[in-house]
Design a protein around this ligand. Structure first.
Ligand code: UDX
Length: 416
């Protein structure tokens, strides 16, 4: 329980950055929304509890300690509650967790039986950071997992405001698996593209051209009756870069691998997805080494600390290992990110000088590593042009026109 966060929420001040969240919170707080540290009272006075605590990956498996603890606390309250209550797991948990871990704890702590006495369900979230509100309001699908009809009906009622959205009504185990599978597939697309990109770079082919050719397959980008081609958002994951990060993909893929291995499966493909991804930030450094064999005293600018644009989240960002290795090699590192510098500063302290202005960050760089696809980096060719000695630009997201820069390197770019 974090009283500070609760107080901030009640004051209409979101404790995390998320586009549109402050407005939304201010509109509802004190009206139909209230935060509290009093779990017992919250459960007693509601019909549904959604468990959304963290499920970190502890290095060998998913850590369910927070889930267990909250299930025990909710169960204790259910002991004295006479009205029917439904407990829904929203946290990402490996298949079986809701039925084999949460349900027995609820039964034990409440002295009641799941099914006749209270409901249990699993309702995964598919929100992207930075787009969470939009993804919630306009979901692709809603997955309603429940142990029985009544639990699913409670979820149906909860989402009654989304009558036109496709709903998958299923058991909790399947709901849990859908979430992992969706994230693992997207992570696989990225690592697949990176493996191809690394080969392209080696053999004198440009991965951007290759992927453009691949994307034009009608099965990937269908052509409508009126002749227009649809470019689904999934295609943006079929692109090479310096690797994926964030609080979901790396953790979820690793948790699914650990779960699968425990069930006796080798999980060879997903292990490779992680393996390719962990090697990918090194490709940035390898491109840098081609031009600067010794980084000692070299002035290097890292552009983008967040794991993706639109967020200040730096968890598992490829910028972290890259920046660390630059520092270890003795480089003088300048950092820039439109919103994530504060977070990055917590990691690197004064070993990295963070600039608030993009032009300042570039002004005396010998090399620039573009790590995050922030739209403002499109100005780079313009900004660099005015410098007396233009730096080498290494494009980790392949977002710049290579001919617009005099000294350019990119992930997956081979030169014949
Ligand atoms: C992801 C899933 O998209 C979301 O459905 C799930 O609920 C949580 O995990 P998130 O981690 O916020 O959301 O980020 P996402 O935008 O999917 O990006 C994840 C990684 O993929 C990032 O490292 C990003 O750089 C990379 N990515 C994303 C791409 O390489 N290309 C893209 O087009 C989008």
């Amino acid at each position: 329980m974090d009283a500070t966060k609760v107080a901030r929420i009640n004051a209409g001040d979101p404790p995390i950055y998320e586009l549109g969240l402050e407005d939304l919170l201010k509109r509802h707080i004190g009206q139909n929304l209230r935060a509290t540290t009093d779990l017992a009272q919250a459960v007693a006075n509601s019909e549904i509890s959604l468990i959304a605590v963290g499920t970190p990956f502890d290095g060998s498996a998913i850590d369910l300690s927070y889930i267990r603890e909250v299930a025990r606390q909710i169960g204790t309250v259910l002991r004295d509650k006479t009205d029917y209550h439904v407990v829904i797991v929203k946290s990402t948990v490996v298949p079986g967790t809701t039925e084999d871990t949460v349900l027995p704890i609820l039964e034990e702590a409440s002295g009641k039986r799941a099914g006749p006495d209270f409901g249990v369900g699993m309702n995964p979230e598919f929100l992207r950071e930075g787009e969470a509100i939009n993804d919630f309001m306009e979901p692709d699908r809603i997955v309603l997992g429940g142990i029985d009809e009544r639990s699913i009906a409670a979820l149906d009622e909860l989402y009654a405001g989304f009558p036109d959205v496709d709903k998958v009504r299923t058991n909790p185990r399947t709901a849990e698996m859908i979430k992992y599978t969706a994230n693992s597939l997207l992570a696989t697309l990225i690592s697949f593209s990176n493996e191809i990109g690394n080969l392209c770079a080696q053999v004198g082919v440009d991965v951007v051209e290759v992927m453009e050719g691949v994307h034009l397959d009608k099965r990937l980008s269908p052509i409508l009756a009126d002749g227009t081609r649809v470019n689904p958002a999934s295609l943006t994951y079929l692109a090479a870069g310096c690797g994926f990060g964030g609080s979901c993909f790396p953790k979820d893929v690793k948790a699914l691998i650990a779960y699968g291995e425990n069930e006796g499966h080798s999980m060879a493909l997903l292990k490779s997805v992680i393996h390719v991804n962990e090697a990918q930030p090194q490709k940035m450094l390898a491109l840098l080494h081609k031009h600067f064999p010794d980084l000692k005293g070299r002035r290097i600018t890292v552009l983008g600390m967040a794991f993706k644009p639109g967020t200040d989240d730096i968890r598992e960002s490829p910028s972290l290992p890259v920046t660390k290795q630059l520092l270890d090699a003795g480089a003088i590192v300048t950092g820039f990110d439109p919103i994530a510098c504060e977070e990055a500063q917590k990691v690197f302290g004064d070993r990295v000088v963070f600039r608030e202005d993009l032009a300042d960050a570039l002004s005396d760089a010998e090399a620039v590593l573009l790590m995050t696809r922030w739209p403002q980096f499109e100005q780079l060719p313009e900004l660099v042009k005015n410098l007396s000695t233009p730096p080498l630009v290494i494009d980790g997201r392949r977002m710049l026109t290579r001919t617009a820069l005099s000294r350019y390197e990119g992930i997956g770019l081979g030169r014949a």
